[in-house]
Design a protein around this ligand. Sequence first.
Ligand code: ZN
Length: 499
Amino acid sequence: MENVTLHDLKTRLTEVSDLSNVNYLLGWDQSTYMPEGGGDARARQMALLGRLAHERFIDPAIGRLLDSANGDLSEDDAALIRLVRRQYERAIRVPAAFVAEMEAHLAKTYNAWTAARPANDFARMRPLLERTLEFSRRYAAFFPHAAHPIDAFIEEGDYGMTAETVARVFAELRAGLVPLVSAIAAAPPISDQPLRRGYSGDAQLAFGLPIIRAFGYDFARGRQDLTHHPFMTKFSNGDVRITTRFREDDLGDALFSTLHEAGHALYEQGINPAYDGLPLDSGTSNGVHESQSRLWENLVGRSEGFWTHTYPSLQTAFPTQLSDVSLDQFYRAINRVQPSLVRVDADEVTYNLHVMIRFDLEMQLLDGRLSIADLPAAWNARYTSDLGVTPPDDTDGCLQDVHWYGGLIGGAFQGYTLGNIMSAQFWNAALAAQPGIPDEIGRGEFGTLRGWLTDNIYRHGSKYTADELLQRIAGGALDVNPLLDYLTTKYSALYQLNG
Ligand code: ZN
């Protein structure tokens, strides 16, 4: 039987989680159905809930319960206490008044950004973003032990990593990517014209749904709606939602964002239901989360085997657009490598270069080497030098990502590339354990893959850290080589690169 202390602690934690989840529901509504006029009141309401959840969590009673919750704990309860202790020690450093002020500012900034991005209006965002940077620095200063201000954010999103370790891993990855990008640039180009022939939005959405159902996304515990910047959100184990968007002139946009967000959702839906309402009931880090969205989007969704099975039904759905396009032409089109301006549209090879730019700029903003006023120019200069493309405006430049406009500046991006790196490590481990997975995918079956991921990753929620998961599954630390090997093999074949 569970002891009284533990029971009391869990009751309090569930209340905190409920407050946060109600706030996420308001956020989901804000990004999907809320009319424009609701913005100001919604900002206030979300700030209130954010403050209430924070106040309730930093209650000294929780600290006392943590101190006395020891003795004969189950493995899960011990993991819960470890995780909550870590979160609590961090949270008590941040005053509730700061949280309230920050949340109100962030909600207002997000509302402004939804209008300023399409209008290419960085000037409107500048004072707001300067304020966000101020909040970000103040937040980082609550964690004075960090070697760099960004460490405060990395520790929160990708526990176990620091600015120094991220920078080292990124440098290793970059050293492998740059020659691959150059070799591809020198090869005959691939056309993605088949994807740009005018596809009805409704038909695109209808095509994606049975695929993610086959992946294992449970619509009895989820739903998909439209938004402008796709995301996954969770209100409980029984309600894990995804969003998407479509473009009639880009068949890939809705399709791959749907597969991506479904990957995030499979992780959350797969967590042990006994953790519902407790801090263990969420993916363990940004990087591990992204490893799952990218695994389903890319390693499965952009693979030849997957499309061998799926392409005939896509042709049936869009006969006028695709009847003269062969499977091979389509497979090549969805894997075309082209340095571009927008991260979320980037191919697998150049994607991580987009992330590295943002990570470096975040560090420079936080430590004072870069001002917000100079951000657009710095952004454009990095795109020119790293990707060989220069943004013609800020809409597709430094205004493109929601992260700095709906959250603090710092730690928002490294998880994407850590996730790509881990996705290849986890994929290799899954295939070593279950060599039949590629054949199954070629038959449109995903149960063995999803089952393996559920047993080894999803089920555990936040019970293990990213490092512990890697150790358990891949038998080692973060390693860029599986990703580089995967990319080199796949794209050498696609672009016929020899040697
Ligand atoms: Zn994602």
